[in-house]
Design a protein around this ligand. Structure first.
Ligand code: BDR
Ligand code: CA
Length: 311
């Protein structure tokens, strides 16, 4: 399969990205790295181990990365993901180990060891990826592309202008978008098309496995918070769209565009300024997700949970 390193901050939707990447035969999940975002680094790291334990994902090294943004602030999103960062289900004690190398060394070693360039899939703030590019510019040729969740062609969810992952670490995001590497941006304008409807949740429940129960508990908690905080009737599942796009590109349709990250705006710091109509004359530096095939997306997620739950 396609070699991938997933860099995440689980996080309800990150958990589904982990499961899809681990389960689908088109993906070879080489490593999972964690970053502070939805909760503290200690909690997102514990959560990655919890998800892998619950889903029976073994042999994928997990390492902890940066505990704060490049600008020094440590983010959390307890209002959306709860105190644990993964509130809702009962998780047992994680049994999968933590790789002692840390995210930077694990990523470096993995990129160097793999015979072909590796795709990076960041689904949290871009701190770890930016830190890698700053510390090891010589490794850029070993990165095939970066397929990230963050930003929007429209408006934000953390400030009126900025999406959470971008808002947490705009300088890191700017480094990634300016890196010259191929970047695909899956933002809120796309992920808000991937809604966990009551029919979708019922399909998880019908699987009947312990893992499916965890998934329904995750989605139910997420639905409550999205309803309370944003007034959404049903919640979007952002992060696994990145992995779905790698598996089946047509599930998330993209268009090339110039993307700039606002670093200085008084009210707009962390906004992604996406030139969909080419008015700036700047050459495209990203492929930007614009349209999601939600039915095909949920089929992929359901298949992954079914496969992991039976294994
Ligand atoms: C992003 O922010 C986080 O809360 C989610 O896990 C997702 O990565 C959505 O804005
Ligand atoms: Ca995330």
């Amino acid at each position: 399969g396609l070699p991938v390193i997933l860099d995440c901050d689980p996080g309800h939707d990150d958990a589904f990205a982990i499961m899809l990447a681990a389960a689908h035969p088109a993906i070879d999940l080489l490593a999972i790295t964690t970053v502070a975002g939805n909760q503290t680094l200690a909690k997102t790291t514990l959560n990655a181990r919890r998800v892998c334990t619950a889903a029976g994902i073994k042999g994928v090294p997990i390492a902890a990365g940066r505990d704060r943004a490049l600008h020094g602030i440590a983010p959390v999103a307890a209002g959306i993901h709860g105190e644990s960062g993964l509130d809702g289900p009962d998780f047992g004690e994680p049994v999968v180990p933590l790789d002692p190398r840390g995210a930077l060394a694990l990523t470096r070693d993995t990129l160097l060891a793999h015979p072909v360039p590796v795709t990076l899939v960041p689904t949290g703030p871009l701190t770890n990826v930016a830190a890698l590019l700053l510390a090891h510019p010589e490794l850029a040729p070993r990165i095939e592309r970066i397929v990230l969740m963050g930003g929007s062609t429209e408006r934000g969810n953390t400030t009126p202008a900025a999406e959470f992952n971008m808002f947490c670490d705009p300088e890191a995001a700017d480094i990634v978008f300016s890196s010259g590497l191929p970047v695909t941006m899956v933002g809120l304008n796309a992920s808000h098309q991937a809604l966990a409807t009551t029919e979708v949740v019922a399909r998880f429940a019908a699987l009947g496995t312990p893992l499916a129960r965890i998934c329904t508990d995750l989605l139910t908690f997420f639905a409550d918070r999205y309803h309370q905080v944003f007034g959404f009737p049903v919640p979007p599942l952002h992060d696994p769209l990145t992995v779905a796009h790698l598996i089946a590109p047509q599930v998330v349709r993209t268009v090339p565009a110039a993307v700039a990250v606002e670093l200085a705006g008084l009210h707009t710091r962390g906004a992604t300024v996406v030139d969909l109509h080419g008015v700036t004359g700047r050459p495209p530096n990203a492929d930007v997700a614009v349209e999601v095939d939600a039915d095909a997306f949920w089929d992929l997620i359901l298949d992954a949970v079914r496969a992991l739950g039976s294994g």
